[in-house]
Design a protein around this ligand. Sequence first.
Ligand code: 4AD
Ligand code: MG
Length: 503
Amino acid sequence: MTYKAKTAICDLNDNVGKQVTLAGWLYNSRKSGKIQFLIIRDGTGLCQCIVEKGKVPDELFDDLKRLGQESSLTVTGTVRADDRSVGGHELAVTAAEIIGESTDYPITPKSHGIDFLLKNRHLHLRSSQQWAIGKIRHTVIDAIRRFFNDNGFTLIDTPIFTTIAGEEVGSLFEVDYFGSPIHLTQTGQLYLESAAMSFGKVYCFGPTFRAEKSKTRRHLTEFWMVEPELAFIDLDGLLKLAENFVSFIVQRVLEDNTAELQTLGADIAQLKKIKPPFYRLTYTEVADILTSDKTKKFMATQLQQLQDRKNQIAATIAELEQKQKGQLKQWQADKIAAELIELRTETGDVDAAIENNPKHAQLAAEFRWGKDLGGSDETIISRMHDKPVFVTHYPKGAKAFYMKIDRDNEKVVLSFDLLAPNGFGEIIGGSVREDDYDVLLEKIKAQQLNPEGYDWYLDLRKYGSVPHGGFGLGVERTVAWLTGEKHIRQCIAFPRMMDKIYI
Ligand code: 4AD
Ligand code: MG
C-alpha cells in the first residue's frame, strides 16, 4: 500500500482548479455506461468524484465499477466548484488506487431498523447521521470545557469508584472492590463540594452510572455529565449561570455545526431563540398548570395535530407506493424505499403518541402537589414553551437529601430542573446544598442513609460552612435536544441501555 500526499475534503475550497489526492471510503456510487459518480467520504466531508471512461486506464475504470460500498481508496483529480454537488465540489478523476476492498457491506443506503443499526454501531458510525451527531457532540463537549475554563472554574476529576450514594440508592451499580462492596459513581457532586471549599468554583466532567430500571428514550445506564459547583452562590445565581452556559453551548453548535444540524433536520430557527433569560416557573406553578383547563385544551389540540399528521403520512405513503409500481432507476427505487421506512417508523411514533395522549392528559389532571414531576408531565410543560424552562422549589420529599430547605417555606427545597423546550424535557438538575450541619444530618437519617459513611461530607458543614450549590448537565440529553434525535442512545457512540448492551 502506498499513500500519496492527501487533501482533506473539508479543504477543497482552497484547492479549486488544482490537482489533489483524496483518501477515504466509497460512501455511495452511481454508474451509467461511460461515467461513474463515486461519493467519497474521508471523515471531514463528502465529495462526488467523476470517473469518465477514457480518462483513466480501462482496467481501473472496470475495477472502480465493481467496487463495493465502504471500500477504501485514494482518488486523484482536479477540483471543480459545483453548487449542486454534495459539499459544493466535484473531483474530475485522473487516477485512483484501491486500498481495502469491501464487499456486501451490511448497511446499505436504504434504511434499516434501529435494532439492526445498534448491532452494527461499529459500522453505522460511518453513516452521515452518526457522523453529524458525533461532530455536534464534540462541539458540545468542547464548549462545556471552554465555558468553565474561561470563567474561572478549576477542573477536579472526581472518582468513579465511590463509597457513598449521591442520588437514589436504588440506582447504584455495585462493584466488588477486593471483597468490599462499593459502587460506580452516580454523580461527582459530593466530592466536588469539598473541592469547592478549596478552589471556590470547580467542575467535574466524566462518565456517570445509574442502574435505573427505565427503558425510556431519556435513560442510559452510562452517560456523561458535567457538574459545576460554586461556593457562595444562591439559587438565582445558579439559574443565571445555567442559562448563560446552555446558551453558550447552543451558540457554539450554531457557529460550528450548521451543516451537521441540516443533515439531521434539526430545528435551527428554534435553536437561534435560545438566549437568556429562560422561563422560570416554581414547582407549585407547574402543579397548577398541569391540573388547569389550559392543559386540558392543550392536550386536545396536540391530539388533533397528531391525527392530522397521521393522515398526512398515510397519504404520502400511498403516493410513494404508487410510484414504486412505475419504471424506476435503482437509485430512485432505493430513495423511495428509504423514505417509506422513515415514514412507517414515524407512523409508529405518531400512533404511540396518539395512544399516550389521553393517558398523559389524565396523569396531568390527577397531579397532586408533593409528587416529583413524571416524564410525561415534564414533556407537557416543555411542549408549552419555545425556550428552556426552569422549574424551581420542588417539595423536599421528592428530592435528594443534600438539597437545602428553603427557610422561607420549609416544605420545599432550593432546587431546580431545566427542561429543554418543545417536548424534550429535563437536561439539567441542580440545587443549593444544605449547609447546616444539624439539618443535613437529620435529612441523611430521614432518607435512611447511614450517617457514618457521610462523616467526611458532614465535615464540610463543620469547618467553615458556606452557602454553595451547583448542577449537572447530561451530555447525551443535550445533544439529543440540539439535534432533534428522539432517543438519547443515538447521541453516544456505544450506548449502554438497561435492557441491552449491543456491542
Ligand atoms: O438530576 P440529576 O440526577 O442530578 C444530579 O446528579 C446532581 N447530583 C447534579 C448536581 O447537582 N451536581 O442528573 C443531572 C442530569 C439530568 O438532568 C440529565 O440530563 C442527566 O444528568 N441524567 C441522565 N442522562 C441519561 N441517562 C440517565 N439515566 C440520566 N440520569 C440523569
Ligand atoms: Mg434530575
